[in-house]
Design a protein around this ligand. Structure first.
Ligand SMILES: Nc1nc2c(ncn2[C@@H]2O[C@H](COP(=O)(O)OP(=O)(O)O)[C@@H](O)[C@H]2O)c(=O)[nH]1
Ligand SMILES: [Mg+2]
Length: 302
């Protein structure tokens, strides 16, 4: 068999388990995972390589109707991923909507399903939360629609049937070259992953609106001979009132963010780092086109 390769977009509603799935196939935690929706904001590449294929996954933000400019930009990452994809994986959370009606009620999902040119695989995720009968009904429901090359039930979190899915993806990919070296897991740089890790901790620590109003940028990232890497990052919030929340009583919250982030960053990079955090207010950054561009919310298509 000839070598196979291509782009595979992972699409679905918020919280379906898209990032969990990509990490499960890659075997490395590239995308942040939280129990909260809308944690993935950009498109994140994850590269899987073996002796017969290379899969370039595009993990995307969950599909939603945008309420503000940031969410519009997030949906542009979804669109660009669809455009680039050789294969589309549509992920359905079985515990979310048992009849699958919801999956078809969103305009963007309808658009994907109507896209006849792209091959699509339906993945039914979180089957650990379901039973055989329920699963059977859902599979029958979707088989009748004849829209998918294949329908595969998995549990991304429990790593069940992920191997089967991977084999199916490889089968459906076109023949092509190895685009990236074997050992490369992503085309994002270390800086990007550091900001994602810090964002993840903020999602873990804070409730409600604060994490959604937060962006993280790297001000300085220095590798130093014989010493720990020096990383200085800014946590950007939307309003003055959010700053003391991030800092916390006597600085306890920001200390906790720093501590948890540093541990994860060191585990990810495989080396020790010195991490310094600052908090800054950029009023209404989520609705400011220039600010969003500065923060990397552009797909390169506009
Ligand atoms: N029970 C169960 N939970 C899962 C499974 N896959 C993902 N999750 C959980 O669903 C939540 C959302 O996962 P995430 O990958 O961030 O979803 P995304 O928004 O689609 O990227 C997290 O709490 C995951 O741990 C699964 O197969 N079974
Ligand atoms: Mg995600």
């Amino acid at each position: 068999m000839n070598f196979k390769s291509g782009y595979v977009a992972i699409l679905g509603l918020p919280n379906a388990g898209k990032s969990t799935l990509m990490n499960a196939v890659i075997g490395e935690k590239l995308s942040i995972i939280t129990s909260k929706p809308q944690t993935t904001r950009k498109r994140i590449t994850g590269i899987y390589s073996d002796e017969k294929a290379q899969i370039i996954f595009l993990d995307t933000p969950g599909i939603l109707e945008p309420n503000y400019l940031l969410q519009e930009k997030m949906m542009e990452f979804v669109d660009s991923s669809i455009k680039d994809a050789d294969l589309i994986l549509l992920l359905l959370d079985i515990s979310y909507d048992k009849k699958g009606n919801k999956l078809f009620s969103n305009k963007t999902v309808d658009a994907i399903l109507g896209n006849k040119r792209k091959k699509k695989v339906l993945i039914i995720n979180k089957i650990d939360l379901s039973n055989q009968d329920e699963l059977k009904n859902i599979i029958e429901h979707f088989e009748k629609l004849k829209m998918f090359e294949s329908i595969i039930p998995i549990s991304a979190a429990k790593n069940f049937n992920v191997e089967t899915l991977k084999e199916k993806i490889i089968e459906l990919l076109p023949e092509g070259p190895k685009y990236y070296p074997e050992d490369q897991l992503s085309d994002e740089n270390e800086r990007f992953f550091v900001t994602e890790i810090i964002r993840e901790k903020i999602f873990e620590i804070f409730k409600d609106e604060v994490p959604y109003s937060t962006e993280v940028i790297i001000d300085e990232f220095k590798e130093r001979d014989g010493r720990k890497d020096f990383i200085s990052a800014s946590i950007i919030v939307e309003r003055d009132s959010q700053k003391p929340i991030i800092i916390g009583h006597k600085g306890e919250s920001i200390k906790k963010i720093g501590q948890l982030s540093r541990e994860s960053i060191e585990a990810f990079l495989g080396r020790e780092v010195y991490l310094e955090l600052h908090v800054k207010v950029k009023a209404k950054w989520r609705s400011n086109i220039t600010q969003l561009k500065n923060f990397g919310y552009h797909t390169g298509n506009e």
